[in-house]
Write a protein that binds this ligand. Structure first.
Ligand SMILES: *Cc1c(COP(=O)(O)O)cnc(C)c1O
Length: 395
């Protein structure tokens, strides 16, 4: 353990399961540790560094903004948040935007919005149906909505009004829908919960069910949004439109931000019912605008589709070579590799030794969520390192 890691143990609450690596610098898809050693980064700040580390368009926009206006409170109009809201609305199926600071805060706001809708139009219905294996954040209500017991058990009792049902099973949603239901909240692809891809007809069926019952469909695109899955938003590949969508991770290249987007008819907050001190902060919104503008203008999502295919093909080849790889799955640059036993941490450490950063998704699975700007050469380099790391598991 080095100096910094000792200090971390002394001063930090024991919440993070960190990899023994201290990062001090990043550029593009590369990061460097305090000894100057370079790594290829296939974690990307947990699907946050869409344009890689320190992308010039974002550092320039942020630098200019911090020299101009950092924070005002939402008592006043500020220009960066209005520009970002306009860009989001012009490029999505949603009409109105609210900005917060994180994914959990965006989802909390989305649930509040759905409850507000329930009060106004559904006789006070307040329950939200969510999926097992989901991940919606760490606040108490979002822990209740996150259908994974490891996040829930330490904190029971949890806020009421959330029902977790099996993912990719429309009948499970139908079975628990009552007059108290105001919304269904789902990820188009479950990220944190395992890179779980639903069947093509699932979201179409959920959409039809929500329409039939007059309830809202909230899509949590915090991980899948902003080009990650090969379209600007994942719903574009699902033949549906959500009533409410949440964004965060990839939106502002690492400057904290979260957003709730809603159709006009679901945009039912009235003044002072919801708010945020830092939300829509000029610096975060300048970073968000620069990020989104770059992604749209350079068709990064289209490139993600191609390079993601290349990554999945390469991983499939490794699966042929190493029988202990049991599954490769993903969409765009949200990709997982699963093993027959709990070797993810060992493979991660073997990759680290060889200069590649990957994410341990589960004891028996890795996740690859690199910057969206990587090219086939970066993918080939990562695959080569992974090949070596996997070979070392056998010997
Ligand atoms: C990361 C994530 C969240 C939580 O975001 P935070 O910014 O950590 O609060 C919520 N939903 C999904 C799908 C996520 O991937």
């Amino acid at each position: 353990m080095n100096h910094w890691q000792e200090l971390e143990h002394k001063y930090f609450m024991n919440t993070a399961k960190r990899v023994p690596l201290t990062l001090v610098k990043g550029q593009g898809a590369r990061v460097w540790d305090e000894n100057g050693r370079e790594y290829l980064d296939f974690v990307g700040g947990w699907a946050v560094n869409s344009l890689g580390h320190c992308p010039p368009v974002v550092t320039e926009a942020v630098t200019e903004q911090v020299h101009t206006l950092i924070q005002t409170s939402n008592q006043f109009y500020t220009i960066p948040q209005i520009r970002l809201a306009e860009l989001l609305v012009q490029n999505s199926c949603l009409d109105k935007v609210f900005f917060g600071n994180s994914g959990a805060e965006a989802n909390e706001g989305a649930v509040k919005l759905a409850r507000r809708y329930g009060k106004r139009y559904l006789n006070g219905a307040y329950e939200v149906i969510t999926a097992m294996g989901s991940f919606h954040g760490r606040t108490l209500a979002m822990v209740a909505s996150t259908g994974q017991s490891k996040f829930q058990q330490p904190y029971v009792p949890l806020p009421a009004g959330f029902i977790n049902v099996e993912y990719n099973n429309i009948e499970a949603i139908k079975a628990v829908t009552t007059s108290q239901t105001c919304a269904v909240m789902l990820e188009p692809v479950q990220g944190e919960g395992g890179v779980n891809l639903p069947s093509d007809d699932y979201l179409v069926a959920v959409r039809a069910w929500c329409d039939q019952k007059g309830i809202l469909l909230i899509l949590d695109e915090i991980q899948t949004g902003i080009g990650r899955t090969g379209t600007l938003f994942a719903y574009e590949q699902c033949s549906i439109e959500p009533d409410i969508m949440t964004l965060a991770k990839g939106l502002a290249s690492g400057i904290p931000i979260g957003a709730i987007l809603a159709k006009d008819r679901a945009s039912v907050f009235t003044p002072e019912e919801h708010g945020s001190t830092f939300g829509g902060n000029p610096v975060a919104c300048a970073a968000g605008y620069a990020t989104l503008r770059f992604i749209i203008d350079n068709d990064i999502a289209g490139k993600v589709k191609k390079v993601g295919r290349h990554l999945i093909n390469g991983l499939e080849n490794l699966k042929q070579k190493f029988p202990f790889i049991t599954d490769v799955r993903g969409r765009g640059l949200l990709v997982a590799m699963e093993f027959g036993s709990d070797i993810a941490r060992s493979v991660l450490m073997a990759c680290l030794d060889r200069g590649l950063l990957v994410n341990r998704l589960k004891p028996n699975a890795l996740r690859f969520i690199p910057p969206l700007i990587i090219d086939n050469k970066d993918v080939d380099e990562a695959l080569g390192i992974l090949d070596g790391a996997l070979s070392s598991m056998v010997s």
